[in-house]
Write a protein that binds this ligand. Structure first.
Ligand code: NAD
Length: 261
C-alpha cells in the first residue's frame, strides 16, 4: 500500500513554537511539506524574531503574538485565522509552563498561585483555544496537544506539571466528547523526554533524559521528527476514528520499569 499525504487546501494553527527545537516546529514541518497552510502564534514579542526566521520563505505561513491565557489575545488570534483562512482544519497546542520554584521543592509545598498558573497555562488553555477554534473547525478537523508520562507516574521534580498533564489528558477526553458530533477529533501526544527550552527548565532534566533512553524498549530516545510523524497521522485523515486518546511516542520508555539488562 502506498500512502501520500496531500494537505493542500488544508489549514492549521500551531501554538507554542519558541525555536527550531520546539516540538511545535517538529509538527509544523511535515504539515508544511504536505502543502498545508500554517499560521503560528507565539507567546511574547521576544520570540518573534525566531519565528520570523523559521517561517521566512515558507509559503502560506503567517505569525501572530498571542498569550494563550489572554482572552483578548485569543479573540484577536482567531479573528486572524478567520481573515487568513476563513476556516480551520487543524489546531496544535504545544504550550506548557510552571514556575520553576514549583518544580524545585517537594510537591506538597505547591502554592495555590503556582498550581493555578501551571494548570491554567498547561491545561486550561487547551479548553479555551478549542472553544475559540470551534466555530472555524470544519468536519474532519483535528486538535492535537502535547503531554508527558508524569501524568501517570511520579517523575521526580515534575510536581505540579504532572498534575497539569493529567488535567490536559482528561480535558482531551471531554473535548473529544463535545466536538465528536461535529466530526472534530481531539487527541494528545505523550512525547518522550526531548531537549527543548521547556525541558531545560525542569530541574534534573538531563538525568531523566538519560534514564528514559536507557530504559526505552527501542533502546534509544524518540525524536522530535517522530513526534511530527505521529501528529501528522493524528491530524490528517489517516487518524480518522481516533479521538480522545493519549498516544505515546517515547520509543517504549513508558512500558518499562527498568532496562532489560
Ligand atoms: N521536551 C520534552 O521533553 C517534552 C516531553 C513531553 C511533552 N512535552 C510538551 O511539549 C510541549 C511543547 O514544549 P517543548 O518541549 O517543545 O518546549 P518549548 O519551550 O519549545 O515550547 C513551549 C512553548 O510554550 C509556550 N508558552 C508558555 N506559556 C505560554 C503562554 N502563556 N501563552 C502562549 N504560549 C506559551 C512557550 O512560549 C513555548 O513556545 C509542552 O506542552 C511540553 O510540556 C515536552
Amino acid at each position: 500500500m502506498s500512502v501520500t499525504i496531500d494537505l493542500s487546501g488544508k489549514t492549521a494553527l500551531v501554538m507554542g513554537v519558541a525555536n527550531a527545537r520546539s516540538l511545535g516546529w517538529a509538527i509544523a514541518e511535515p504539515l508544511l511539506q504536505a502543502g498545508c497552510r500554517v499560521g503560528f502564534s507565539y507567546q511574547g514579542e521576544r520570540l518573534r524574531g525566531e519565528l520570523e526566521k523559521l517561517t521566512a520563505g515558507r509559503e502560506g505561513t503567517w505569525i501572530q503574538q498571542a498569550d494563550a491565557t489572554s482572552e483578548e489575545d485569543l479573540t484577536a488570534l482567531f479573528a486572524r485565522v478567520r481573515e487568513e483562512f476563513g476556516h480551520l482544519d487543524y489546531l496544535v497546542h504545544s504550550i506548557a509552563y510552571a514556575p520553576r520554584a514549583a518544580m524545585e521543592g517537594r510537591f506538597i509545598a505547591t502554592t495555590p498561585e503556582d498550581w493555578n498558573t501551571a494548570l491554567n497555562v498547561s491545561a486550561y488553555t487547551l479548553v479555551s483555544t478549542a472553544r475559540h477554534a470551534e466555530p472555524l473547525l470544519r468536519p474532519g478537523g483535528s486538535i492535537v496537544s502535547l503531554t508527558y508520562h508524569a501524568s501517570q507516574q511520579v517523575v521526580p521534580k515534575y510536581n505540579v506539571m504532572g498534575v497539569a498533564k493529567a488535567a490536559l489528558e482528561a480535558a482531551t477526553r471531554y473535548l473529544a466528547a463535545d466536538l465528536g458530533k461535529a466530526d472534530v477529533r481531539v487527541n494528545t501526544i505523550s512525547a518522550g523526554a526531548m531537549r527543548t527550552v521547556a525541558a531545560r527548565s525542569i530541574p534534573g532534566f538531563s538525568g531523566l533524559y538519560d534514564e528514559a533512553g536507557r530504559r526505552a524498549a527501542l533502546g534509544r530516545h524518540a525524536t522530535p521528527e517522530e513526534v511530527g510523524k505521529l501528529a501528522l497521522f493524528l491530524l490528517s485523515d489517516l487518524g480518522s476514528g481516533v479521538t480522545g486518546q493519549t498516544v505515546y511516542v517515547d520509543a517504549g520508555a513508558n512500558i518499562m520499569t527498568m532496562p532489560l539488562e
